[in-house]
Design a protein. Structure first.
Length: 238
C-alpha cells in the first residue's frame, strides 16, 4: 500500500464526526489500518475446498491490467453469495499474494464481520458519513476487511453516491483486488441500484437448487446483463 495514504491506527476505535460533503477535488480519502489482526474466521464458511475451487487465471483475467471493484450478488437472499465472496477474497489474497480488500455492502443482512471474527463497526457506513476509511487485517495474509459499520445510523441513498465513488477509487488505489459483498437484487426495492454504476462489474451467484430462470429474467429487467462479469453456480451436485 501507499505509505503516504495509509496510516495505522494505534487503537481499534474511531471518533465519528458530523457528516460532510464529498471532497470537491476528488482526492483520495484517508485509509486507516487497524492495529488489530483478526484471528477467528468462521471455519464453517471459509474452507479450503471452497476457496481452492476458484480458477485463479480466470479471476485474474476478469481484473486484467486494471484494478476493478467486483460486486458479488444473487437473484434472491440465501443463495450463498457471502460464502462465495469471502472464499473468493481468500483465493485472491492467498493465490496471488496481492493485497485484497473485501467490503460488506449488504445493508439488509450484513454478515462479513461474523465470518472473519470482527466488530461490525466502524466500517462502510462510517466511511460514507465521515470520509474516513478503516480496514482490518484478517488472519489471512494480504486480506483486509471493511465491515458494514453502524447501519442503524445510516440509510444509504442516492445522496451517498459521490462519496461511495471516492471510497471505491481510494481502495482501488491502495489494494490490488477489491471484492464487494452486496445484498440480493430481488426484491429490487431493497437493492441499492444507485450504487451499481460505481462498481466496475458484478458476479451473480446462482443457487443450482433454488434459482429460477424467471428470477434471472427479472434481474435483467433492472440491471443490464453486460454489467455482469460472470456467474458462480453454488450447491451443484457432483
Amino acid at each position: 500500500m501507499n505509505s503516504q495514504e495509509v496510516k495505522q491506527e494505534s487503537s481499534s476505535s474511531i471518533i465519528l464526526k458530523d457528516h460532510k460533503s464529498p471532497r470537491k477535488n476528488g482526492g483520495l480519502l484517508p485509509v486507516l489500518v487497524s492495529a488489530e489482526v483478526l484471528q477467528k474466521p468462521d471455519k464453517e464458511i471459509i474452507q479450503w475446498k471452497h476457496y481452492n475451487s476458484f480458477n485463479f487465471s480466470r479471476l485474474a483475467k476478469a481484473f486484467g491490467d486494471n484494478k476493478l471493484t467486483v460486486g458479488i450478488t444473487s437473484a434472491r437472499p440465501a443463495d450463498g453469495k457471502t460464502v462465495v465472496a469471502a472464499n473468493m477474497a481468500v483465493s485472491l489474497a492467498s493465490g496471488y499474494q496481492q493485497k485484497t480488500l473485501i467490503i460488506d455492502m449488504n445493508f439488509q443482512r450484513p454478515s462479513l464481520h461474523n465470518v472473519f471474527g470482527a466488530e461490525s463497526s466502524p466500517g462502510l457506513a462510517e466511511a460514507l458519513c465521515y470520509e474516513k476509511i478503516r480496514v482490518v487485517p484478517t488472519s489471512f495474509e494480504n486480506l483486509y476487511l471493511m465491515p458494514i459499520g453502524d447501519v442503524h445510523r445510516l440509510k444509504p441513498g442516492i445522496e451517498h453516491t459521490l462519496i461511495l465513488r471516492q471510497i471505491l477509487n481510494t481502495v482501488k488505489h491502495e489494494f490490488d483486488f477489491v471484492i464487494v459483498d452486496m445484498c440480493s437484487i430481488l426484491p429490487i426495492e431493497d437493492f441499492p441500484v444507485h450504487f451499481i454504476n460505481e462498481i466496475d462489474g458484478l458476479i451473480s451467484v446462482v443457487n443450482a437448487n433454488k434459482t429460477k430462470k424467471g428470477e434471472l429474467e427479472k434481474v435483467f429487467k433492472h440491471i443490464e446483463e453486460k454489467q455482469f462479469l460472470g456467474y458462480v453456480f453454488n450447491k451443484v451436485e457432483k
